[in-house]
Design a protein around this ligand. Structure first.
Ligand code: DC
Length: 230
C-alpha cells in the first residue's frame, strides 16, 4: 500500500553541480515544496552589500539580522519559486558575480548560519519539502528520510554555470567562474561552522557524465522507495 507520509529530502553538495535543478525536479514530481537554502545566504549577502554592513557589524550586533525578511513565492504559472528579500523579488540580483564572490565568506559567520537554520527548520516542519544546500542533511535536518550528496568535476560545473548566466543575459567569464567555484569549494569545506561534508547516511550522486533527466529519474526512484517504506 502506498504511504502518504511526507518526507524531507536533503540535497547537499558542491557549488554549481545542479542541486537546485534536481531538487526542483523532485519537488515538482512529488508535489513537495522546494527551498534553495543557498538563495537565503545570497539574500543576506545582498542585504549586507546594500546596507554597507561588514561581517564584524553582524558579529557585534546579530540583532541587525532581524531586519532581514526572506521568503519564497511561486511565479505566475506556478512553476518556479522566486526569492524575496523584504518584499522585493531578488531572484536575479542574488545570482550576480558580486554576490557569488562574497557569499561563501558571509556563510562562515555563525550568527548568520544560526539565523537561517532556524528559518529553514521552520519551513520544513510539515515535511513534504526538498531543500538543497551544504549542511541540510548534516545540520538542518539530520533526520531527513532521504539525503543525497551531489558532486561533479569543477570544469563541468563552471561550464554549466557559465551557460546559465549567459542564458539569463548576465555577464560571465569562464575562467572567473572556475576560479570562484574552486575558491568556494575550499571555503565551504574548510569553514569552522557546519562545513560541507557528506552525511554518513547520504547517497552520493556524481553527475559529471549524467544528463538532468537521468539524475531526476534516479533520484525519484530513491525518493519513491523511501516514501513507500514509511
Ligand atoms: O548553493 P549556492 O551556490 O547558491 O550557495 C551560495 C553559498 O551559500 C555557498 O557558497 C555556500 C553557502 N551555503 C551554505 O553555507 N549553506 C547552505 N545550506 C547553502 C549555501
Amino acid at each position: 500500500m502506498r504511504s502518504d507520509k511526507k518526507i524531507i529530502i536533503a540535497i547537499d553538495g558542491h557549488s554549481s553541480c545542479g542541486k537546485g535543478t534536481l531538487a526542483k525536479n523532485i519537488a515538482r514530481s512529488l508535489g513537495y515544496m522546494f527551498i534553495d537554502s543557498g538563495a537565503m545566504y545570497r539574500a543576506v549577502t545582498l542585504y549586507l552589500i546594500r546596507e554597507q554592513l561588514t561581517l564584524d557589524d553582524v558579529r557585534n550586533d546579530p540583532s541587525i539580522l532581524q531586519d532581514i525578511q526572506i521568503d519564497f513565492r511561486l511565479n505566475g504559472d506556478g512553476t518556479f519559486y522566486n526569492t524575496y528579500l523584504n518584499d522585493e523579488n531578488v531572484e536575479t540580483l542574488i545570482r550576480t558575480m558580486e554576490v557569488s564572490k562574497r557569499v561563501s565568506e558571509v556563510s562562515t559567520v555563525k550568527e548568520i548560519r544560526d539565523f537561517l537554520v532556524d528559518q529553514q527548520r521552520e519551513l520544513g516542519k510539515e515535511r513534504g519539502i526538498v531543500m538543497d544546500g551544504r549542511d541540510i542533511g548534516t545540520v538542518v535536518f539530520p533526520d531527513a528520510e532521504l539525503k543525497i550528496f551531489m558532486t561533479a568535476e569543477p570544469e563541468v560545473r563552471a561550464k554549466r554555470r557559465y551557460l546559465e548566466l549567459t542564458e539569463k543575459g548576465l555577464g560571465a567569464d569562464y575562467d572567473d567562474i572556475l576560479a570562484n567555484i574552486r575558491e568556494r569549494d575550499k571555503m565551504d569545506s574548510t569553514r569552522e561552522y557546519s562545513p560541507l561534508h557528506q552525511a554518513n547516511d547520504a547517497i552520493i550522486l556524481n553527475n559529471t557524465d549524467m544528463t538532468r533527466e537521468e539524475q531526476a529519474r534516479l533520484a525519484l526512484t530513491w525518493a519513491k522507495g523511501v516514501i513507500m517504506a514509511q
